[in-house]
Design a protein around this ligand. Structure first.
Ligand SMILES: [Zn+2]
Length: 319
């Protein structure tokens, strides 16, 4: 991969623009780094720090538990951000009784379509809800407490909001649909069918003509010690996409990605695959704070989000 910086530095900025001070020079270098070229394809550089701010912002609302005011406020924020970046925004609302609930609650999948005129489309998705019970916490007293979901929920959404910001600035190779699924994580431990409520609703109600080329689900991609192995259901349903994505991670030298299978995870990609959308799950399931009260922003890092975000940008800007 050739970096555009080389050609920029061929011009001596101090000579050509003697008024440039150090800060301006730094700005110029950052600008030059913004676009890297590979065979003429331009790939923007992902900003992990900006994504990390998005992760923290979601957590500042509180745990996004369906039916809570934090959930309601965060929903508005996410839809507004997608709209701000030029996404054609659609809220898919529905009501359902959650597995441990008694009354139906309002649930919402948040959809932002970018470049809707493009027929060749890619679906990028994550769940935006938090788990209502920290049932994996080491303290039994915490088992009914909520999970903040900094990594389990907010990390994937954070990467995709930052991707959306780039979509407004540079036209990608595909039309992109970003979907934030609700109620992925209100399931009962051990009962896989009680999870992924929002994505199941989306898959069951999608237009039969809506068939993006492929989908990529991001879940738990912010762990400071990020290690993403190939997920087994993804290999079963969409091996060619797994191959493509890990091949690109290798080309980019992303140390968090390991080209070997590890966990089998029932996640939002399963209903999508069952509805005919080949979709893979990028997930680091080896996260010690999973479904505990300790899943907070300090366990996540901008560097981890950066690796995942750069990979996504590379895939959607340079087929
Ligand atoms: Zn979870």
């Amino acid at each position: 991969m050739r970096v555009y910086l080389q050609s920029c530095l061929a011009i001596n900025p101090f000579k050509v623009y003697p008024f440039l001070d150090f800060k301006l020079l730094c700005g110029l270098i950052v600008f030059c780094f913004l676009v890297s070229c590979d065979g003429g394809k331009q790939v923007p550089v992902f900003d992990g720090n900006s994504a990390y701010e998005y992760l923290k912002k979601q957590c500042e609302f509180g745990a996004r538990i369906p039916g809570s005011s934090a959930h309601e406020q965060c929903q508005k924020f996410l839809a507004d951000e997608l709209k701000k970046y030029g996404g054609l925004t659609f809220l898919q609302g529905f009501k359902e009784v959650l597995p441990r609930g008694e009354q139906p609650v309002e649930l919402t999948n948040i959809v932002g379509s970018f470049y809707p005129e493009k027929t060749n489309r890619v679906l990028l998705c994550a769940h935006w809800d938090s788990r209502p019970w920290a049932d994996q916490d080491s303290l039994a007293a915490n088992h009914e407490s909520h999970v903040m979901g900094a990594n389990d929920g907010a990390s994937g959404v954070a990467v995709l909001l930052e991707v959306a910001r780039h979509l407004q600035q540079f036209e990608p190779a595909y039309g992109i649909d970003i979907v934030f699924f609700d109620a992925e994580d209100s399931g009962i431990n051990g009962k896989n069918e009680t999870y992924a409520i929002g994505s199941s609703y989306f898959a069951e109600n999608k237009d039969s003509g809506y068939l993006p080329q492929f989908g990529i689900l991001l879940d738990m991609v912010g762990d400071k010690d990020l290690q993403i192995y190939q997920e087994i259901n993804s290999l079963k349903y969409a091996p060619q996409i797994v191959k493509k994505v890990w091949g690109r991670a290798n080309d980019l030298g992303l140390s968090a990605f390991h080209a070997e299978p590890r966990f089998e995870v029932t996640d939002d990609h399963v209903p999508l695959n069952n509805a005919g959308i080949p979709c893979i799950d990028l997930i680091d399931f080896d996260y010690r704070y999973w479904h505990t009260t300790q899943d907070t922003p300090d366990k996540c890092s901008a560097e981890s989000l950066q690796q995942v975000g750069q990979l996504i940008l590379s895939i959607i800007y340079d087929k």
